[in-house]
Write a protein that binds this ligand. Structure first.
Ligand SMILES: *[C@@H]1O[C@H](CO)[C@@H](O)[C@H](O)[C@H]1NC(C)=O
Ligand SMILES: *[C@@H]1O[C@H](CO)[C@@H](O)[C@H](O)[C@H]1NC(C)=O
Length: 802
């Protein structure tokens, strides 16, 4: 104990009191906490009393109610510490602290006052009533804020009492004492440096109170400061700019990214809510942010072709109202969702087949709004057509011809243009344009055969169609309209057009005249087929017309010559043998073939049993022995027949005389003189003819004279007036010339007009007779008409063909 080493001091104070009973007063001063039995003072000596007196007087201490801390040792006459004295318990803070008691003696009664002052010993450390102190201080507390601390207590007094405080650490706070120096009044903690909860949430401080004793004693208390949050921190985004990308056409609800802002504050001050602050048009229609967790979601449809990126301004705000902003850059990734778009800017609906190489047929623009490969377009057209597609400029294409066109091969093309992009999978679109190839006259008409042969039976009616040639032209319309033209040539020196005509439209070859096989057997003609193009193209073909024979000629007997006289006769000697060749009938037939194949037959004979005629050779031979009984005058009629169908025949009379010499025969034959009546008839006819001719002559003479007189009078009138000439129709024309000749002319006219107009043979119209009639000679008129009739019959005479 500190008290053991304590220096104590006894102060003796003797004071003589005036009281009768009180003989004296003694004061001592001892430190507290002295050990039991320690000497306080030699009271006997100090009071001047003998130890014996103490014993005899039965000296004792009188303390009243006070505890007996002190005892009296009568033997030694000393005051001793009976019990440990604690000044603090005895006097607390009262100063000075003293024990007051009396020493009472008997025999005589005497008493003495004793005062023992207890002096303080530093036996108490300062102490705090609480183990710890707790403070909740907002971090926003301003510098200079004061916080009252609990004071410490020290039971000791004076120097041994509480002397000072110390405080540790002093990072944020300093200690400030107010009032008494010993700090008994007020201990305060002053904020010197602002608090930051985010830095240090709990601060532990140690407050130490120390006294001034020797050795110094101290007491401590823990101060716990909890720094309360203040919304002094704004939320902070983890990045100033966020970047993300999303494919277009993504589903709604897709999370693009999650933004994060942190707020070091706690509770509401640190509760961050996210929002889109962007006012850019469209952003809020497309994106939404979860206000709690910062997930940015798609709520609209994205189309790369409309917007390729978005900038979203986002804001994070804590509940204290502090905020931070950031930006989210959203790149839209293209998806191949657009077909190439083909725009035909200009097209030709038709193109000439002779168009040159690389003629532009169509121009188009192709675009694909997708990006990169999704927007790279390639165009192609169907294969095996004479067109190609060329890329002219970026996105522009032209369709050109790349080889020769031929309308006759293909008159129309359906050109299908397909454009596809290079996306995966690739999208494509196509258009089809129909191109007509217009015709150019590049094909000549072609005859079906390289040459033709045609047959016509002679004696045909003029205008008969013989044959039809046909040529086709591969071109179109007017370029394919074929006309047939008879090429000029001559047959036997006569233009071929006088033989045949060709119908320009139909290619029908008509006979212009009646053919005579005996005159011409065949001839060639050349027909040209020409199309209607410009310039026209043509080709020609040779047609061989062969005239077929008809049995139109009867056989002609050359021998024996037929005369009116029957005096010519063949002689057969009476001695002639069987098979004697009497004569040979010689006949010819100008027809040919079967039509000219002659056979001979005996038609009539004086004696049929005597002669025969060779069927083939016309030889007349005897078939039996001629006898004297046979008549001298034999008459045979031989018929010569050709083999035509029907056959034609001629007869010949052969006189045969069975005699040895001619004079013998002559007498027999003279009575052959012909019938007198035949001569009489002849004479009659001659007279009649003479009469008729005379009558006609006179009639004509009268007519001529009448006409002459009429003309003379007419010319006189015309001389004086300007009247038009009125053609004169002889009043008796029809009567005088009523032979049917004029009618004949009309007949031809009608006959011709029924035929093809091209092959029409035009003859002098009946109207032209008006002029002819003016001729004074009626014989001239007849002559003229007769000539026209002859034209048809004579092949060599020219025929007028229009
Ligand atoms: C082209 O198309 C049209 C209509 O589809 C069709 O009538 C015609 O026959 C086609 N032409 C060719 C050459 O394919
Ligand atoms: C017919 O055509 C041939 C060639 O095909 C030509 O040589 C000839 O001259 C033509 N004849 C006539 C009469 O045009």
């Amino acid at each position: 104990m500190a008290q053991r080493t304590m220096r104590w001091r006894v102060s003796l104070c003797v004071s003589v009191l005036c009281l009768t009973a009180v003989l004296g007063q003694v004061s001592y001063s001892i430190p507290e906490e002295m050990a039991k039995g320690s000497l306080v003072g030699n009271i006997a000596q100090d009071l001047g009393l003998d130890v014996k007196r103490l014993r005899s007087g039965k000296a004792r201490l009188h303390t009243g109610n006070n505890a007996e801390y002190i005892e009296l040792d009568r033997e030694r006459g000393a005051l001793l510490v009976r019990e440990r004295i604690d000044r603090e318990a005895l006097c607390a803070q009262t100063m000075p602290c003293a024990l007051h008691f009396q020493i009472i003696l008997e025999n005589p009664i005497e008493f003495y006052r004793v005062t023992i002052e207890i002096t303080d010993v530093n036996d108490n450390a300062p102490f705090f009533q609480k183990d710890s102190m707790k403070f909740d201080i907002s971090e926003s507390a301003t510098v200079g804020s004061k916080f009252v601390l609990e004071r410490a207590f020290d039971s000791d007094i004076g120097v041994n009492g509480l002397q000072s405080y110390s405080f540790h650490p002093t990072d944020n706070f300093v200690l400030k004492l107010q009032g008494d120096r010993d700090g008994s009044k007020k201990v305060e903690m002053v904020l010197e440096k602002p608090l930051d909860r985010e830095q240090k949430e709990q601060i532990s401080l140690l407050l130490t109170a120390a006294d001034g004793g020797e050795p110094r004693m101290s007491g401590t208390v823990q101060i716990h400061v909890t720094v309360l949050d203040a919304n002094d921190n704004a939320p902070l985004f983890t990045k100033p700019i966020y970047k993300t990308s999303i494919v277009e056409n993504s589903q709604r609800g897709t999370v693009l990214t999650t933004v994060k802002a942190s707020d070091v504050d706690v509770d509401l001050n640190g509760l961050v809510k996210y929002s889109i602050s962007s006012s850019t048009v469209g952003v809020k229609d497309h994106f939404d942010i979860d206000e709690d967790n910062g997930e940015v979601r798609l709520i609209g449809d994205l189309d790369y072709e409309k917007t390729r990126h978005y900038e979203i301004d986002i804001e994070a705000r804590d509940q204290g109202g502090l905020s931070d902003s950031s930006k989210l850059m959203v790149e839209i990734i293209d998806v191949n969702d657009n077909k190439p778009h083909i725009d035909l800017m200009s097209t030709s609906s038709s193109i000439s087949e002779d168009s040159s190489y690389e003629t532009v047929v169509a121009v188009m623009s192709v675009n694909d709004p997708d990006s990169e490969n999704n927007g790279v377009v390639k165009c192609s057209i169907s294969e095996h057509i004479p067109f190609a597609i060329q890329s002219t400029a970026n996105g522009f294409y032209s369709l050109v011809t790349d080889s020769d066109l031929d309308r006759e091969r293909a008159a129309e093309y359906n050109i299908s243009i397909t454009c596809c992009d290079e996306g995966v999978p690739s999208l494509s679109s196509s258009v089809t344009l129909t191109l007509h190839i217009s015709d150019v006259n590049d094909n000549a008409p072609v005859f079906e055969r390289s040459s033709y042969e045609a047959y016509i039976v002679e004696n045909n009616t003029p205008g008969l169609s013989i044959f039809t040639v046909k040529a086709t032209d591969a071109d179109w319309n007017q370029n394919a309209r074929v006309s047939y033209i008879l090429e000029d040539s001559s047959v036997n020196g006569v233009p071929v057009s006088s033989y045949v005509s060709v119908s320009a439209d139909s290619g029908v070859i008509h006979a212009v005249r009646s053919f005579d096989y005996e005159h011409i057997k065949d001839f060639h003609l050349c027909v040209k087929a020409q199309d209607g193009g410009s310039p026209p193209l043509s080709s020609n073909v040779t047609v061989k017309i062969m005239i077929q024979d008809q049995n139109d000629n009867a056989p002609q007997v050359l021998y024996p010559v037929q005369t009116s006289s029957s005096l010519v006769a063949e002689m057969v000697p009476p001695s002639a043998d069987v098979g004697y060749l009497v004569t040979k009938v010689v006949a010819v037939d100008v027809d040919s073939g079967q039509n000219a194949w002659l056979s001979y037959k005996l038609q009539k004979a004086t004696d049929r049993a005597l002669f025969e005629v060779g069927l083939q050779n016309g030889e007349i031979r005897t078939i039996r022995q001629v006898t004297d009984k046979d008549a001298v005058k034999q008459r045979l009629t031989v018929v010569v027949e050709d083999n035509g169908q029907p056959s034609r025949s001629a007869t010949v009379n052969v006189n045969v005389a069975v005699a040895d010499s001619f004079p013998e025969v002559l007498s027999e034959f003279t009575d052959f003189t012909h019938d007198k009546e035949y001569n009489d008839n002849l004479t009659f006819y001659l007279v009649l003819a003479l009469a008729v001719v005379s009558f006609l002559f006179i009639t004509c003479l009268v007519v001529i004279i009448s006409v002459k007189i009429y003309r003379w009078r007419q010319s006189r009138i015309l001389y004086h007036s300007s009247l038009p000439v009125i053609p004169y129709y002889p009043p008796r024309y029809s009567d005088t010339l009523g032979t049917g000749t004029l009618q004949h002319v009309y007949n031809y006219e009608v006959c011709r007009t029924t035929d093809s107009r091209k092959s029409d043979c035009k003859f002098g119209r009946a109207g032209s007779q008006n002029v002819l009639i003016m001729e004074p000679s009626c014989t001239g008129t007849m002559q003229r008409i007769q000539n026209e009739k002859n034209i048809l019959d004579e092949p060599d005479s020219p025929v007028e063909v229009s």
